[in-house]
Design a protein around this ligand. Sequence first.
Ligand code: OVV
Length: 398
Amino acid sequence: MITTIPVLDDDPFGDEILTDPYPFHQRLRDSGPVVHLRRYGIWAMGRYAEVHAALTDPATFCSSRGAGLSDFHREKPWRPPSLLLEADPPTHTATRKAMSAVIAPRTVRRFREGFTASAESIADELVARGEFDAVTDLAERYPLQVFPDIVGLPADGRENLLPYGGLAFNAFGPRNALLEEALAAAAPVQEWIWKSCQRDALSPDGLGASIWAAADAGDITHEQAPMLVRSLLSAGVDTTVHGIANTVAALAAHPEQWAALHADPTLAKFAFDEALRYAGPVQTFFRTTTREVEVAGTVIGEGEKVLLFLAAANRDPRKWGPDADRLDITRRASGHVAFGMGIHQCVGQPIARLEIELVLTALARRIARLEPLGDPVPKLNNTLKGWQSVPLRAHAGG
Ligand code: OVV
């Protein structure tokens, strides 16, 4: 069978698509199961079935050549590759197992009390103020109040965490202005991060110390320990900041959905999954083919970069039905790929879920109506979709 391969000229890392990716996602999905993006000479998939299949076939769609545009076989990575995100089995297997053990559900349950206290005090303050910004007053505050403490990071220098996350996620894209700007300010940020990954910088009771203890136990090496701490710092802050901001922004833009959550705050968990499906922070990840592979009739050669549109898959009507573009917190959103899928699926997920569940519950109990006070201001990043500002007024209600 000879089929013509759809080719698109769009730049998915250009300001226009980063600002509003959803019309492009639809064109991508409707162009075909596999599309060639001429500008970067790469392949792209936006339909749920193919994105899911690629994520769950790491032997063919590997991560060790980078989860970004850069092919680590051809270019030097901007930092030593992650032992989790940018690794394949069998190397990946031991580090992943150790990290999963560090973030075990039993450990994460112990964070509930402290997270709740933080969430409730911020929620009380926002309701008392009335007007607030969902990004700067909430989404950037709460994770920074709870996460660095459970890792055991030093108090000084925590302001480096958000810039580092922004840099790490921009670095999956091309060397455009977004990445160049992030790299220009990176040196002191990277120094602080690496220093904070060392044993002597970490408090004895945090997740960072648990990673070092796993090295003492022989589960990982002592050279691997600071690299795994680095993964916590790379992937643990910006993601949850964007997750909270995107969830609150989506719910505020759909007053009937907020009303349903306020009426039954136990829906918070479902509301979060649906918000992740609808507006996930992590829009895309790359894989690299380890062999020639046929996908839905299209042959992709070995050593090709494939851009997986997680966010497009999460709104694919072929999977979610004709109202895939609608936010509906009563929908069964499980199965979305906002946390990825397969062996690389977000290992920090239990922490992220606990953070958002508690903050969303605290807000839902106190706020009957969230009134948008102006248009949200987009924040552009080569991988993360989010907002710089989401001005809101909280209307209290019992
Ligand atoms: C930016 C990012 C996402 C996910 C994982 C990692 C980094 C890592 O360093 O492991």
